[in-house]
Design a binder for this molecule. Structure first.
Ligand SMILES: [Ca+2]
Ligand SMILES: [Ca+2]
Ligand SMILES: [Ca+2]
Length: 347
């Protein structure tokens, strides 16, 4: 930091933010797991995408109160939608497409279910992407309902033992408990404040350490998997020196920060005006490593014809170690709702 730091405009913006955020800290009716790596159970073939990685996904029904011991009260079904990405080797931010593999599981009151995605996702290994899990009425066929009792998390493991875990983003439904959530009957989960909570319009990486070269994951919830979300990354280094980069992506990506922009590298940050005291890990008062933080905002979503279909795309994401890092850890991106964005998930 600077000794006499001016009050950041961003801090003022943050203080206006709504407290109704989807931070994965309270149970909801729909869960978004930002990353799944379904490299297959040990011994299963992989198509070469993220081989050796697999994920344990957990979902818990915190409802302890069955209506009657013999009724379905308190129970729910949970519909898993594995969104599997077709990687584009020429542009990791613009996959060729995303396809959904889905299945339904029942949860009794106080039930918790953990699955290995290599077994639970599509029948062959080597998939990656993200996962949506939505509560459904167990008495009706594929009818999503308000059941604000779901919590989730995931543990991503590599054969080497390296791993990270991250919570699922839990979205509450404002619909009355037990009532169907597809209010507009369009067959999509709408994150519009009517069916489910709206999504934030600002995401944050609260801090990054450049040499860690963490992986950024973003999911686009506006338009289809063919539409492109243009994103502004506003970065401040350890001396509040402003930098920025843009990235365009479709559907879902996970990429190392150094691949998103070279501004995230230790070498580049050393070349900027930066605090000579931070980050000091040898306790000699002189910096050894460079750090910064990031706000992430959509600049709009365009269809394949280049036409603007939304001025502000809806996103969620995470910052993790991704593939191959020696340093482990993962967390959801922080969120602010300055102005609501309406996302949706068609299934
Ligand atoms: Ca809907
Ligand atoms: Ca520094
Ligand atoms: Ca030092």
């Amino acid at each position: 930091m600077k000794i006499f730091a001016p009050i950041l405009a961003a801090a003022c913006v943050a203080s206006l933010a709504s407290d109704a955020l989807a931070g994965g800290r309270e149970p909801g009716s729909l869960l978004v797991y930002p990353v799944h790596r379904s490299g297959g159970a040990p011994g299963t073939p992989s198509n070469g995408v993220a081989p050796g990685f697999f994920t344990v996904v957990s979902v818990t029904n915190t409802n302890l109160n069955p209506a009657t011991i013999l009724s379905l009260g308190g129970s729910t079904n949970v519909h898993f939608y594995y969104v599997n990405v077709s990687r584009n080797q020429y542009n990791q931010f613009e996959p060729y497409g995303c396809s959904i593999f889905n299945r339904v599981e029942p949860l009794t009151p106080a039930d918790t279910l953990s699955v290995l995605t290599g077994c639970h996702n599509a029948t062959f290994g080597g998939q990656e992407g993200y996962l949506v899990v939505a509560a459904e009425n167990p008495a009706l066929f594929q009818t999503s309902w308000s059941h604000n009792h779901l919590l989730g998390s995931e543990l991503v493991l590599a054969a080497s033992g390296l791993s990270f875990s991250v919570e699922a983003v839990a979205l509450k439904s404002p619909v009355a408990a037990g009532q169907p959530t597809d209010v507009n009957s369009n067959g999509a989960y709408d994150f519009d404040g009517v069916e489910y909570e709206a999504l934030p319009d600002l995401l944050y990486i609260d801090s990054f350490i450049a040499i860690q070269d963490s992986a950024l994951t973003l999911i686009n919830f506006t338009g289809t998997d063919a539409d492109k979300n243009r994103v502004l990354l506003s970065v401040w280094n350890d001396y509040e020196f402003p930098l920025s980069a843009t990235v365009e992506f479709k559907c879902w990506f996970e990429a190392r920060l150094s691949q998103v922009s070279t501004l995230f590298t230790e070498q580049f940050l050393r070349s900027t005006p930066n605090d000579p005291n931070e980050l000091d890990i040898s306790c000699d008062g002189y910096h050894d490593l460079e750090t910064g933080w990031v706000s992430i905002e959509s600049l709009g979503v365009r269809n394949p014809g280049g036409q603007l279909i939304a001025a502000d795309g809806a996103m969620l994401g995470a910052i993790t170690t991704g593939v191959g890092s020696l340093i482990n850890g993962g967390r959801l991106l922080a969120e602010s709702v300055v102005k609501q964005t309406n996302g949706s998930f068609a299934h």
